[in-house]
Design a protein around this ligand. Structure first.
Ligand code: NAD
Ligand code: 89V
Length: 344
């Protein structure tokens, strides 16, 4: 098995999860360098994780290091320039969601990496969450028949702004930051969507963008699904960061309820199981679901590097999810009218 050499760009709030995650996979890869325009953050990450080389500029990083991949954990406005820098050097790249702030940047950066002929994976980790991945396997097994209706729901009042204060300042907020995960899940379960209708709301005082959105998707083949997301649902207990789902098939249904309770009804009867994430010592109870999925996403990346396969959440694939976000914004701007996502 090859051991791959990587570097992390962006050492802020979420990067420690990536650093721990790569550490769990240390038999298969090593992080040789970290980079952040804030040299203090880069140095702190290097010190905490024993990483030898520290940079404040990606060009310098790429010029000096011999890398098999770069893992970009910065916020969206920087993604295009950073991915394109990697493409110019022919370095395979993982980039956090959302791929970019808008469609123009997202499609341009994917096209640039396509021209470079190197792999690009979006760190879209929700489909790698243990309970969602298990539920998708059940659907693929065929026991509930063809999916005809779905609801994918992420509703929380968790103080997301404490760790990610920039979210209060962005004009495109919950669709781009959160619905993008859940729309990706809707695609996994229901297939591609050809129509989108969305209404969005801004509920919490003092934020710039929308923090509540409800999207109705019309899928190829006739199935319908609802994606509803918000950071403004006050509830106790709060399910953050769980995505709950209900999928009706022609012969049965799949439900994922709170605390990872998966219920499957088929013509043969109903089965119930609890599909909890795998907890490692570095994970926190609040974030274990997400943190475990970071490791699973990274494992998938290494599997793809080993096998020369296209990642399930490649740049090209993620543009299909991104197109649903863009269509949702267009629909919401028109008061919820039916729109068609960008064509591929
Ligand atoms: P952050 O602002 O805390 O950290 C980003 C870091 O990137 C900062 O330290 C900043 O100095 C650095 N940076 C910015 N531009 C740079 C550049 N050109 N070169 C080098 N460094 C640069 O942000 P965060 O909360 O860690 O989020 C990072 C990304 O992770 C976002 O896209 C966010 O949506 C995503 N995220 C994903 C999940 C998930 O579950 N998948 C969870 C949280 C955050
Ligand atoms: O993707 C994110 O920014 C995550 C989550 C969706 C869990 O809020 O922090």
């Amino acid at each position: 098995m090859t051991s791959w050499n990587g570097a992390i760009v962006g050492c802020g709030f979420f990067a420690h999860n990536h650093l721990h995650g790569w550490g769990e996979l240390k038999e298969r890869c090593a992080i040789r360098a970290v980079c952040d325009i804030d040299g203090g953050k880069a140095q702190a990450a290097a010190d905490a994780f024993g990483i030898p080389n520290v940079y404040t500029n990606i060009e310098e990083l790429l010029a000096r290091e011999t890398l098999d991949f770069v893992d970009i954990v910065t916020t969206a406005p920087s993604h295009r320039a950073l991915v394109e820098a990697c493409a110019r050097r022919g370095v395979a790249t993982v980039v956090q969601k959302p791929l970019a702030p808008d469609w123009a940047d997202a499609s341009a950066l994917v096209a640039t990496m396509d021209r470079a002929g190197r792999p690009l994976m979006v760190h879209e980790n929700f489909r790698f969450q243990a309970p969602l991945s298990r539920a998708a396997d059940v659907l693929r097994s065929g026991v509930i028949g063809e999916a005809v209706w779905g609801q994918f729901s992420f509703r929380t009042g968790y103080d997301i702004y404490a760790g990610q204060p920039y979210l209060a300042e962005v004009e495109r907020f919950v669709l781009l930051d959160l619905a993008i995960h859940v729309l990706d899940i809707a695609r996994v379960f229901m297939g591609e969507a050809e129509t989108v209708a969305c209404r969005s709301q801004s509920v919490r005082p003092g934020i710039k963008g929308e923090d509540m959105a409800t999207v109705m998707l019309g899928h190829r083949g006739g199935a319908t699904s609802i994606v509803d997301v918000t950071y403004a649902s006050r509830q106790t207990p709060d399910p953050f960061p769980q995505t709950l789902l209900h999928v009706d098939g022609r012969q049965g249904s799949i439900r994922l309820d709170r605390e990872f309770h998966l219920t499957v009804t088929t013509p043969e009867g109903t089965t119930r199981e609890v599909v909890a994430p795998h907890a490692s010592a570095w994970m926190s109870p609040q974030w274990v679901l997400i943190q475990d999925s970071v490791v699973a996403t990274q494992r998938h990346w290494l599997d793809c590097l080993d096998g020369g396969a296209e990642p399930a959440t490649s740049g090209r694939d993620n543009l299909k999810t991104f197109a649903l976000v863009e269509a949702s914004y267009r629909s919401a701007a028109a008061g919820g009218s039916l729109v068609t996502p960008e064509v591929f």
